[in-house]
Design a protein around this ligand. Structure first.
Ligand SMILES: *[C@@H]1O[C@H](CO)[C@@H](O)[C@H](O)[C@H]1NC(C)=O
Ligand SMILES: *[C@@H]1O[C@H](CO)[C@@H](O)[C@H](O)[C@H]1NC(C)=O
Ligand SMILES: *[C@@H]1O[C@H](CO)[C@@H](O)[C@H](O)[C@H]1NC(C)=O
Ligand SMILES: *[C@@H]1O[C@H](CO)[C@@H](O)[C@H](O)[C@H]1NC(C)=O
Ligand SMILES: *[C@@H]1O[C@H](CO)[C@@H](O)[C@H](O)[C@H]1NC(C)=O
Ligand SMILES: *[C@@H]1O[C@H](CO)[C@@H](O)[C@H](O)[C@H]1NC(C)=O
Ligand SMILES: *[C@@H]1O[C@H](CO)[C@@H](O)[C@H](O)[C@H]1NC(C)=O
Ligand SMILES: *[C@@H]1O[C@H](CO)[C@@H](O)[C@H](O)[C@H]1NC(C)=O
Ligand SMILES: *[C@@H]1O[C@H](CO)[C@@H](O)[C@H](O)[C@H]1NC(C)=O
Ligand SMILES: *[C@@H]1O[C@H](CO)[C@@H](O)[C@H](O)[C@H]1NC(C)=O
Ligand SMILES: *[C@@H]1O[C@H](CO)[C@@H](O)[C@H](O)[C@H]1NC(C)=O
Ligand SMILES: *[C@@H]1O[C@H](CO)[C@@H](O)[C@H](O)[C@H]1NC(C)=O
Ligand SMILES: [Cu+2]
Length: 578
């Protein structure tokens, strides 16, 4: 009966009887429907900050179209490539149970879709509801090719919080005046750090704090005394972001499409690859003021970065009584300092799974395999006989356990599925650092990384514990690590070197947050657990795109189980070829 509360009062009165009859016919486990989308990858002229850029877009939209589905639905998304670039699309955070061919990272689960070609991504949303997003997963094309992916609960199933008056996706991005493909290609040539963005954006709009940008401002028009669900998504290329709304409190209710124990905060921290649903209760009466909603980065690295601030405007829509909103007092939020690791730590500590009967936290309690990975930057020798622009004339690199991942030229998943891994990858990714050192102490003299296309192979249903340790080799830095194909539980986090004797005793195995992207603390570590119940080849990488480009990535292969229902399905007939 609780479901009645979800309906607006007028609706309830008029349709109570028919609602009851429909409800009784529809069991909650009703299978979903199939939803068809078409993504035409096209070039589109977009002007921001007085710069016009011919950028890669989906259906001529920037940001791209919104996908809305329900838990249990099947999605069939036909992607047609009309641009000169190769493309592939990733459905970030979707589990892709047995449908790994639809995951999307180029050269991992598929060859890219070439110019003039198309591919139908075909997958079912199983056991997930909340906010996710989709984005290009090749080179830096996700800088303009991204959009929200919203999964509503099954029909008739309420949220575990009061039904909001309205739901509003807000997707953060980074705007570059220059072509981002040129930026990363040049950086990989010179070995130096790539140029930083010119602005941050909310729903593609930089807002009034930039030159020539006031007309490109995201406005959220609200009524007093209502609850709004803001679906926040960080699609920025290289920056974690603080976000706050002046004079309003946010209640966090979900991250990465998993409900959390609600808590209130003035400011949230959101890393690239993460999503956060917050409830915004508007003021009970028209406040005679407007409020900025701002975001700017949380920065731990040593390089240059975009320290600018994106702003949107929260505007109370009525009764204006002849007052123009521009005449109202405008309040600005105070965001934490750019380097506020104390805030970041306190915020992430508050995130806990609901862990109740309806939404249990199925944390693996018994562990089959343990892994310890260092993550961080390093260097490669300068290939040319001149000097490169990385540290001391070298080239910037990044690695996991000192292996800088070399992308194959054919997709890992095909190589695995057809038993043709020879010459594509080797199954010998180091389970711990080959040469242990003081990871967060004085950096070692030798900063050079090794490279290879090395994978970890896991048996089906292996329960995994992975500790990821930041290194201080070129400065301690926060790295938002994203795992494809799984959610994981964040059972522990700390600073300094992980202590395998002392730290596990402090793990939270009761209600740790469950998510798909977690930031390794700068100069610290994070411990995650997951059950390898999804056969396929699964990418894991830093979601700061610059670090991914430098090699901070690796992949897992999860073998088929014995039962037919535990095996990867064969590839679709239209799977792109390399
Ligand atoms: C974008 O602008 C350029 C230069 O003005 C023009 O040549 C081109 O046709 C435009 N492209 C689109 C897709 O509108
Ligand atoms: C989508 O995948 C399912 C499961 O493999 C398959 O049965 C179905 O035919 C596919 N649909 C299309 C349109 O390819
Ligand atoms: C907004 O917050 C500021 C600073 O805390 C306060 O001075 C002001 O009165 C508040 N305004 C409204 C309309 O809530
Ligand atoms: C951002 O960086 C520029 C250039 O380094 C500096 O001049 C400016 O003060 C910085 N702004 C903020 C808000 O830190
Ligand atoms: C609302 O604000 C405007 C501008 O700050 C002011 O002129 C006006 O008197 C205010 N009205 C009320 C009802 O407070
Ligand atoms: C953060 O930056 C400020 C000003 O740049 C500096 O004084 C402070 O020591 C820094 N804090 C940390 C934790 O690095
Ligand atoms: C973080 O929490 C600690 C302990 O509660 C507190 O001392 C510190 O001030 C908090 N930091 C921030 C930035 O709120
Ligand atoms: C760089 O190497 C090329 C051959 O690899 C050689 O011809 C050239 O003279 C070298 N330049 C310098 C400045 O050493
Ligand atoms: C660069 O060289 C200087 C002097 O040899 C050394 O102190 C520094 O640690 C080196 N930096 C890196 C990143 O290797
Ligand atoms: C590692 O280096 C840090 C910073 O210099 C130091 O505090 C710590 O004691 C060192 N740890 C070990 C195990 O040597
Ligand atoms: C690193 O270099 C310093 C100075 O060149 C030297 O004294 C030290 O022995 C070196 N350390 C190692 C581990 O090679
Ligand atoms: C990988 O390492 C080998 C051997 O050290 C080196 O020759 C090669 O240039 C490296 N490849 C890349 C892409 O860094
Ligand atoms: Cu990183």
């Amino acid at each position: 009966m609780g479901a009645f509360l979800l309906l607006p009062k007028a609706f309830m009165g008029a349709f109570l009887l028919s609602f009851i009859s429909i409800c009784s016919l529809l069991p909650q486990s009703a299978v979903g429907i199939t939803r068809h989308y078409k993504f035409d990858i096209k070039l589109q002229n977009v002007t921001r900050l007085c710069h016009t850029k011919n950028l890669v877009s989906v259906n001529g939209k920037f940001p791209g179209p919104r996908i809305v589905a329900r838990e249990g639905d099947r999605l069939l998304i036909k992607v047609v490539n009309h641009v000169p670039n190769n493309i592939s699309i990733h459905w970030h955070g979707i589990r892709q149970l047995r449908s790994g061919w639809a995951d999307g990272p180029a050269y991992v689960t598929q060859c890219p879709i070439q110019t003039g070609q198309s591919y139908v991504y075909n997958y079912t949303i199983v056991g997930q509801r909340g906010t996710l997003f989709w984005h290009a997963h090749i080179s830096w094309l996700r800088s303009t090719v991204y959009g929200p992916l919203i999964i509503l609960p099954k029909r008739g199933v309420p949220y575990p919080f009061p039904k909001p008056h309205k739901e509003v996706p807000m997707i953060f991005g980074e705007w570059f005046n220059q072509d981002t493909e040129a930026i990363i290609n040049q950086a990989l040539q010179t070995g130096g750090g790539p140029n930083v963005s010119d602005a941050y954006t909310i729903n593609g709009l930089p807002g009034p704090l930039y030159n020539c940008s006031a007309k490109d401002t995201f406005k959220l028009k609200v009524n007093p005394g209502k609850t709004y669900l803001l679906r926040l998504i960080n699609a920025a290329l290289n920056d974690e972001l603080f976000f706050s709304i002046a004079n309003h409190t946010l209640k966090v209710v979900e991250v990465d499409a998993v409900y959390v124990k609600p808590f209130e905060t003035e400011t949230i921290l959101i890393s690239p690859g993460q999503t956060t649903n917050v409830l915004l209760n508007t003021k009970p009466h028209f406040p005679n003021a407007t409020f900025l909603m701002t975001a700017r980065p949380y920065v731990t690295g040593q390089g240059t970065f975009d320290n600018s601030t994106v702003a949107g405007i929260l505007e109370y829509g009525f009764p204006l009584n002849g007052i123009h909103s521009k005449d109202l007092t405008l309040f600005k939020p105070i965001l934490p300092p750019l380097n506020d690791t104390s805030f970041a730590t306190n915020f992430t500590k508050k995130l806990r799974s609901l862990a109740n009967k309806e939404f249990p936290a199925n944390v693996p309690q018994k562990i089959d395999r343990r892994f310890f990975f260092t993550v961080g930057l390093g260097t490669n020798p300068c290939k040319k006989n001149n000097t490169c622009q990385g540290p001391n004339g070298t080239m910037f690199a990044a690695s996991v356990n000192n292996v800088s991942f070399a992308m194959p030229t054919t997709a890992l998943l095909q190589a695995h599925f057809f038993g043709q891994s020879k010459g594509v990858y080797t199954p010998n990714f180091p389970i711990s650092p080959i040469i242990p050192f003081n990871y967060t102490g004085t950096p070692p003299n030798n900063t050079m990384v090794s490279n290879g296309t090395k994978l970890v192979v896991l048996d089906f249903n292996t329960s995994v514990e992975l500790v990821m340790q930041d290194t201080s080799i070129l400065g301690a830095e926060s790295h938002p690590l994203h795992l494809h194909g799984f959610n994981f539980f964040v059972v522990g986090q700390g600073f300094g070197n992980f202590d395998p004797n002392k730290d596990p005793a402090k793990f939270n195995l009761v209600d740790p947050v469950e998510r798909n992207t977690v930031a390794v603390s700068p100069g610290g570590w994070v411990a995650i657990r997951f059950l390898a119940d999804n056969p396929g080849a699964w990418f894991m990488h830093c979601h700061l795109e610059v670090h991914t480009s430098w090699g901070l990535k690796m992949a897992w292969v999860v073998l088929d189980g014995k039962e037919p229902s535990q095996k990867l399905l064969p590839p679709p007939h239209d799977l792109p070829k390399c």
